[in-house]
Unconditional design. Structure first.
Length: 551
């Protein structure tokens, strides 16, 4: 991980300005024509990721004009039902790329090209790459209307600045964007951890700033709740940097200025994820977990923990800093007390270890991790129970719990009771983690049904022979601007959707994955036509419907 400016954290008063000087100041403009106000900043805590850009307010409206932040050319357009929705990427001559997401569309010339590409591929969703320089833009060129497409919960523009070569996301606030910030971050609760044990085997011990804390461990670490605010707003944002000093010397640092989308899931190692899942606030570790040191941390003593090699009182300072150099410090004292020492952590029972390939095997269930799946040592919890429902082909297996995150995918193998190749081809594995459900079509190997998932929880095999259903369009389409189809499936997964008129593919949008919408265009002339819809679910069950319609 490339951590620009981390060595400057020891100079908190000037660090914000110093780090900003590494990036061109004022090169990028506000992509909107209204004052720049944020809903979310870079590094704000989100489920399974840090927020990787700025969410810019659009006055709770859609279709505000969005402008290129600097000169360049359109290098990519992405269209997807979730995620960024409709997004534009612009490459700039200084080696950076800007991204504008959740758009309602694109400027006319680009929109026509995208539509041509979609019809050529017969796919609404996808990434589309114009030739370099095919769509040149000046600073301030109109690029399209703002919106709320994709995984957006309300109107705004998601704006990112990336390194063009690495595609790492950079903190836009380090580029001198026109946002005032004279407000320091806050530090709320302070939690202490015994780092001779796994953080998953303990609950945080809350301590107070200004106190003297006696501990029975030679190695401890701290986590804090922290938020930041910009001038003139009460909206809570993520904190840019945290630092821990012991007796005036830096021990560990954490800063969010340069993150890859391949690394953003490591937020689950920076948080006390288990405590949060149990209903607690977001505690952010100032010391990396054993399997979570790959991003945003810098340590000075090997592991970033507080080493108490004597029985003296040591001062610990915890600092929070924003991009502009505003800072807050909280201090306390910590002392090792041998009378409080406890016996070492038990090694009884199976455990999954960080930085190891972990293997769990039972006669009817197996689970495998990669070296990067586990952040800290965790005791294995496993059970199996019969849970009958339509199509059930295995017991329901429970492995670990929703309070244990997985970084890489885990491979699950179930010895399912499925007869014949046809039924095997219709087998799915359902993974439930808390309130969320994930469904994958099974692959088969020597009698085992297999799939990969990104979370622990319960796993169960099913044979799905039930095809999806869909509403019929009205026979007369006169006076209508669009047709809306809302398929339904017993496992709530539609893997493919294809609409044709007289044998020709029609472009249907699928924003937010709810319904498919065909907006009438030149591909559907007036008259009587055959409309054909083909659906396929995750298990491969197909539904084909045809109708005679008149427009």
């Amino acid at each position: 991980m490339n951590l620009k400016s981390l060595t400057l954290l020891s100079l908190l008063g000037a660090a914000g300005a110093a780090s900003a000087q590494q990036y061109p100041q004022g090169y990028f403009r506000n992509p909107l024509a209204i004052p720049m106000q944020l809903v979310a900043n870079f590094g704000e805590i989100r489920a399974n990721h840090w927020h990787m850009g700025l969410d810019i307010r659009t006055q709770q409206r859609v279709n505000l004009p969005v402008y290129a932040a600097a000169e360049g050319f359109v290098s990519r357009v992405s269209v997807e039902p979730g995620g960024f929705g409709q997004a534009i990427y612009i490459d700039h001559p200084n080696g950076y790329t800007t991204l504008y997401a959740h758009m309602n569309g694109f400027y006319p010339e680009l929109a026509r090209w995208v539509k041509e590409q979609q019809y050529a591929r017969e796919s609404w969703a996808g990434n589309f790459y114009p030739k370099p320089g095919q769509f040149p833009l000046s600073k301030g060129s109109y690029i399209g209307p703002s919106g709320s497409t994709g995984a957006s919960q309300g109107p705004h523009v998601h704006f990112e600045i990336r390194d063009t070569k690495t595609e790492n996301c950079l903190n836009p606030l380090l580029f001198g964007m026109p946002i005032a910030d004279a407000v320091p971050p806050s530090i709320g609760r302070i939690a202490l951890y015994d780092r001779t044990r796994s953080t998953w085997a303990q609950t945080p011990q809350f301590v107070s700033a200004g106190s003297t804390v006696r501990v029975g461990s030679r190695r401890v670490s701290f986590a804090v709740t922290t938020t930041d605010r910009l001038s003139g707003t009460n909206n809570p944002n993520g904190t840019y940097a945290l630092r821990m000093l012991v007796d005036g010397q830096p021990v560990s640092e954490f800063a969010l200025d340069d993150i890859s989308y391949n690394e953003t899931r490591l937020i689950n190692a920076q948080l006390d994820y288990r405590y949060h899942q149990s209903g607690g606030p977001d505690l952010q570790h100032l010391t990396p977990l054993p399997g979570g040191a790959q991003v945003a941390y810098k340590v000075y003593n090997g592991d970033g923990t507080v080493h108490l090699d004597d029985e003296d009182v040591h001062e610990v300072a915890l600092e929070a800093r924003d991009h502009n150099g505003n800072s807050t410090r909280r201090s306390l004292r910590v002392q090792y007390d041998p009378a409080l020492a406890r016996s070492g952590e038990t090694t009884a029972g199976e455990r999954f270890l960080p930085n190891h390939v972990n293997v769990f095997e039972r006669p009817d269930f197996e689970l495998y991790t990669t070296e990067r799946t586990i952040y800290d040592t965790v005791a294995v919890l496993f059970s199996a129970a019969d849970a009958w429902a339509a199509g059930v082909a295995s017991p329901r297996f429970s492995f670990l719990e929703k309070g244990v995150p997985a970084h890489d995918s885990v491979t699950v193998r179930i010895r399912a009771s499925v007869a014949g190749a046809e039924q095997q081809s219709r087998t799915v594995i359902v993974n439930k983690a808390g309130t969320r459900t994930f469904v994958q079509r099974a692959r088969w190997n020597s009698g085992w049904a297999m799939a990969k998932f990104r979370q622990f929880g319960t796993y169960q095999a099913f044979v799905d022979n039930e095809p999806p259903t869909v509403n019929a369009p009205p026979a007369s389409l006169r006076g209508r601007g669009s047709i809306v189809f809302t398929p339904r499936d017993n496992f709530n997964v539609i893997r493919s959707f294809r609409l044709e008129v007289d044998g020709q593919w029609l472009r249907c949008s699928n924003d937010k994955g709810r319904s498919w919408v065909y907006a009438f265009d030149e591909r559907f002339p007036a008259g009587t036509h055959e409309l054909k819809l083909t659906l396929e679910d995750e298990a491969g069950n197909k539904t084909v419907r045809t109708w005679t319609v008149t427009r």
